[in-house]
Design a protein around this ligand. Structure first.
Ligand code: URA
Length: 263
């Protein structure tokens, strides 16, 4: 009985710490973080080659390189259904173990506009759909203002939505460069198969993956090219919820998208 109480008390303490943001158990012996920080983190051999348009590079003999595996899996997909199956079965991204659901897409794959966001959050993880939480509701209102909606009956007024990562990172932490590089071949295949007229790169993670650079404050509002398509970097709606004064710029970007769709 006593050990039962101790167990539940310990569990409550753990839940409380997770709630506060703790994401790592402390080991029996102290870790010298200065030494750890000085050691280079091993990245997949082909990470550099994962930049958009770069040629594939195989990892050292015998070693499984997740980026190379992701490229092979993505290429096997001949349509969006097959792509979802290949991604969901991709065993090399550990985020899959902590997520409730695989989040692939929402909206109309025939839409002229494809939005690429970051990664599912709590709500998205629960519902298995991208952008359904508060940020998603703002995203819907933003695009509604230029006559586009994920639920539109006609493809010309529709949106198609996906993310760089299909699994929620723990505690909504930022996706790591290794995770982005690993899932990028799938995103690129997704764009190829959906073949939208233009892309919206929602926030820094999307720009990092598809343009190979960050700095959304400078990038936003300036048309880029991704896989021979115009791509508009925009402030992420989660950022706009925190910084409503930046909505003016987002509005200007939406008008630029609307104008481009009319040409
Ligand atoms: N933020 C994103 O970038 N994507 C989602 O699906 C939800 C929140």
């Amino acid at each position: 009985m006593e050990s039962d109480i101790a167990y539940h008390t310990a569990l409550d303490w753990l839940a409380w710490q997770v709630e506060l943001g703790a994401d790592e158990a402390i080991a029996e012996t102290p870790v010298d973080r200065f030494v750890a920080a000085a050691e280079p983190v091993a990245a997949p051999a082909s990470m550099a080659a994962a930049a958009p348009g770069a040629p594939p590079v195989a990892g050292p003999a015998g070693e499984v390189d997740p980026v190379v595996e992701a490229r092979k899996a993505a290429l096997r997909a001949g349509d969006l259904g097959q792509l979802a199956t290949e991604m969901e079965g991709f065993a090399h991204c550990d985020l899959r173990h902590g997520a409730r659901n695989f989040v692939f897409c929402d909206g109309d794959p025939a839409a002229r506009v494809m939005i690429v966001g970051e990664a599912p959050g709590r709500e998205e993880d629960m519902q298995g759909k991208p952008f359904v939480g508060r940020a998603g509701q703002l995203l819907d209102r933003m695009f509604d203002s230029i006559g586009l909606a994920r639920t539109a009956a006609e493809a010309r007024k529709a949106l198609y939505i996906t993310n760089i990562l299909p699994w929620r990172p723990p505690q909504n932490r930022d996706p790591s460069p290794v995770e982005i590089a690993m899932m990028l071949p799938f995103v690129q295949r997704h764009i190829k198969l959906a073949a939208p007229d233009l892309l919206i790169l929602m926030g820094n993670v999307s720009c990092d993956g598809l343009l190979g650079r960050r700095g959304i404050t400078r990038l936003r509002g300036n048309w880029q090219e991704v896989m021979q398509r115009p791509a508009m970097p925009m402030f992420h709606p989660a950022f706009l919820l925190r910084q409503p004064v930046r909505k003016r710029e987002a509005w200007a970007d939406l008008l630029a998208v609307q104008a481009r769709l009319r040409t």
